[in-house]
Design a binder for this molecule. Structure first.
Ligand SMILES: Nc1ncnc2c1ncn2[C@@H]1O[C@H](COP(=O)(O)OP(=O)(O)OP(=O)(O)O)[C@@H](O)[C@H]1O
Ligand SMILES: [Mg+2]
Length: 405
């Protein structure tokens, strides 16, 4: 038996509200994943032959935290362990009525093709603070399975990220992520806050008082109170909203242009302009699961390389690990990949107020306040695709002595 808490009952009601995209956000251990997984089990049982996907950034995290801690215990508690079959090599559960629940990672290439090769009735994006907007929207087209009576749904959950994160813009500000315009159909997007205090009955007595209350302020705001704030240990902490520039307020010409290119399942490009010592981040573009050739064709189609009064042509500094892919990018050359020196340089520019980002650069903005170090001082390697491209664009020039340090 699953007995939802009062707040989980409200979350279940939201799933029936007519909204198509439903986000549960809030502090840790508040019952978000549990209620969404239980809702998926109910849907799978109710709609024979339906298919549901649960995905997060890393497949191994999806298997450990969602599959083993929540889905399998949830199935055992409700339909019992004889009524389903777990196919470990497929990361998939089949029910006696022919329904399937798939588990996967959108950050793993071998997985991405496999899980995106099917159609689903529910796609649940777990811990979306780690997922890029491009990855999530690429998966959108897969919510196409038709099962009579079943209304297809996108479910999302996360601990809040920064107030510049794409999910905050869409679900809380109700704006389109890329254009900033109001959502066309805001009624299709619903969100709800669940906090640990709402799940007290299932937490150890001292969890809130001894662990969450003792966290540093910003972490407490996120993990206890469910607030969208800049994280602890943010690398570009000094960047503030006064450095976000409207497109119409950018200088008309620049001394030089450059771009940075990151490869991978999340492929990104960031274009910058220099005016004397000042850096302007002018444009960014990101895609998910796209070949380098197609990505470059997309940049060309966006007239990415046509800049300035003198026509076009500027270096595109590419992830040096890109190998042959570098030649597939117009103007592609190897970037400098000194991570720490590059970060120090950008921090110095931000401190001197010689660094501005155009408001159109949604990818860079969505990551900049979540790009952080862990307690050991290591850079957290999730949600950093635009951050790498940005650093390649800025620091490669500097290293070649084109710009004075
Ligand atoms: N209705 C319920 N009945 C029994 N246990 C529950 C219920 N809801 C949540 N729990 C338990 O509370 C704990 C936290 O739940 P869950 O993992 O769903 O929280 P979460 O909000 O997803 O946490 P995180 O932010 O860490 O991902 C788990 O141990 C879970 O089993
Ligand atoms: Mg969770």
């Amino acid at each position: 038996m699953f007995r939802p808490t009062d707040i989980q009952k409200k979350a279940l009601a939201l799933l029936k509200s007519g909204a198509k995209h439903i986000l549960l956000f809030g502090g840790s251990r508040s019952g978000k994943t549990t209620v969404l997984v239980m809702a998926i089990i109910c849907r799978a049982v109710r709609y024979s032959g339906s298919r549901h996907l649960i995905c997060r950034y890393r497949a191994k995290d999806a298997r450990s935290s969602v599959l083993r801690e929540t889905l399998l215990p949830g199935l055992n508690k409700t339909i019992g362990n004889r009524a389903y079959h777990y196919l470990a090599h497929e990361s998939m559960v089949t029910l006696a009525n022919g329904s399937e629940i798939w588990i996967g990672g959108l950050g793993d290439r071998e997985q991405a093709d496999k899980i995106l090769g099917h159609e689903y009735n529910t796609i649940y994006f777990n811990e979306i603070s780690q997922l890029s907007y491009a990855a999530v929207t690429t998966a959108y087209s897969r919510l196409a399975m038709r099962v009579p009576g079943c209304r297809n749904l996108f479910l999302y959950d996360c601990n809040p990220g920064s107030p510049l994160h794409w999910a905050y813009k869409i679900f809380v500000l109700k704006k389109q992520f890329l254009s900033g315009e109001p959502l066309e159909k805001p009624e299709l997007y619903a969100s709800m806050v669940l906090n640990p205090a709402d799940n007290r009955e299932h937490l150890s007595e001292d969890y809130i008082s001894d662990i969450l209350d003792a966290l540093p302020e910003k972490q407490k705001a996120r993990f206890r109170d469910g607030l969208w704030v800049k994280a602890e240990g943010v690398i570009y902490d000094q960047f503030d909203e006064t450095m976000i520039v409207k497109a119409g307020e950018l200088p008309e010409t620049f001394d030089r242009y450059a771009a940075g290119q990151d490869f991978g399942l999340n492929i990104t490009n960031v274009k910058i302009g220099w005016l004397a010592d000042v850096i302007y981040v002018l444009a960014d573009y990101g895609a998910y699961n796209m070949t380098t050739k197609s990505f470059n064709a997309e940049l060309e189609a966006r007239r990415w390389f046509d800049v300035g009064p003198d026509g076009f042509g500027f270096p595109v500094y590419c992830d040096p690990a890109g190998g042959e892919r570098i030649q597939e990018i117009t103007g592609g050359v190897k970037a400098n990949n000194s991570v720490e020196s590059g970060i120090d340089f950008i921090c110095a520019k931000i401190e001197r107020k010689q660094f501005f980002i155009c408001e159109k650069c949604t990818g860079v903005l969505s990551e900049i306040w979540d790009y952080c170090r862990d307690e050991a001082g290591e850079i957290v390697k999730v949600n950093d695709h635009f951050m790498d491209a940005l650093r390649y664009a800025i620091f490669s020039d500097v290293q070649q002595g084109i710009v004075a340090l």
